[in-house]
Ligand binder design. Structure first.
Ligand code: SAM
Length: 206
C-alpha cells in the first residue's frame, strides 16, 4: 500500500528519489485514528482530533522536496500534528526539532514516536516564533497556513538555510521557499496553492 501511495505521489510530480523513499519507509496508518485506519494510504488529509489534520501525503512530499534536506541538516518543523511529517524528515536527517501548540496532539505524537522508536526533539509551545534556543537551523518547515512570513523564523536560519511555508488567507495559501543568502539578504520563490489549517500564536492567526 505504501508503494502504491508513492506511485500516486510520483505521478503528481514528486521527483526526488530520497523523498519518495522516505515516504515509502514511514507506515502512515500508525498516525491514524481508528475510524479512518482503512484510508491511511489514500492521498488525502484526515482528521487527527482537536480540529487538526494529518497532511495529504502529496503535500508532505512537496514540502519535503522543496526543503532539500541533507543528512547533516538540523531541521525545525512547526506543527508536529500527528508526527507523520516529522517521521518522514527523520528518514533524511537524524536532527529534527518539532514544536506543537496543541497539548493533546503533542502528547499523542510523543506516544507515537516512542512506539516507533523515533527520537525527534519535541517541544510544546508557540512555533510561530520558531525555537530560538536551538537556532540556527539549516531548514525550517511550517505545516500550518501563516498570514505572513514570521520575521523571527528568518533570523533562525543559517546562511544558505531554507524556510518552506504556506502563506495567505485562511482559504488558500501559496507555498513559499525563502533562502537566506547572507545575514540580511533573502530570496523568495513562489510555488503552488494549498489549503492548510491556520498557524496560531503570536505571529499566526489570532
Ligand atoms: N505536520 C503534521 C502531520 O504530519 O500530521 C500536520 C500538521 S497540521 C496540518 C498543523 C498543526 O500545526 C496542528 O497540529 C496545529 O495544532 C499546529 N499548529 C498551529 N499553530 C501552531 C503554532 N503556532 N505552533 C506550533 N504548532 C502549531
Amino acid at each position: 500500500m505504501r508503494k502504491s501511495l508513492v506511485r500516486v505521489v510520483q505521478e503528481k510530480g514528486i521527483k526526488d528519489q530520497r523523498v519518495l523513499k522516505a515516504l515509502e519507509q514511514v507506515p502512515r496508518h500508525f498516525f491514524f485514528e481508528k475510524a479512518f485506519l482503512e484510508q491511511a494510504y489514500q492521498d488525502k488529509a484526515f482528521p487527527i482530533g482537536e480540529g487538526q489534520t494529518i497532511s495529504q501525503p502529496y503535500t508532505v512530499a512537496y514540502q519535503t522536496e522543496l526543503l532539500e534536506v541533507q543528512p547533516s541538516d538540523k531541521v525545525l518543523e512547526i506543527g508536529t500534528g500527528s508526527g507523520y511529517q516529522c517521521s518522514v524528515l527523520l528518514q533524511l536527517t537524524p536532527q529534527v526539532y518539532t514544536i506543537e501548540y496543541n497539548e493533546v496532539l503533542y502528547h499523542k505524537a510523543l506516544k507515537q514516536f516512542k512506539i516507533m522508536g523515533l527520537q525527534p526533539h519535541t517541544y510544546l509551545g508557540d512555533g510561530s516564533e520558531g525555537l530560538p534556543q536551538h537556532a540556527p537551523y539549516h531548514k525550517i518547515i511550517v505545516t500550518a497556513g501563516a498570514p505572513i512570513i514570521p520575521k523571527t523564523l528568518l533570523t533562525q536560519l543559517t546562511i544558505g538555510g531554507k524556510l518552506v511555508i504556506p502563506v495567505g488567507d485562511t482559504g488558500v495559501q501559496k507555498m513559499l521557499r525563502i533562502t537566506r543568502v547572507d545575514q540580511e539578504e533573502f530570496t523568495k520563490e513562489e510555488y503552488d496553492n494549498f489549503k492548510f489549517v491556520p498557524l496560531l500564536g503570536k505571529q499566526g492567526w489570532k
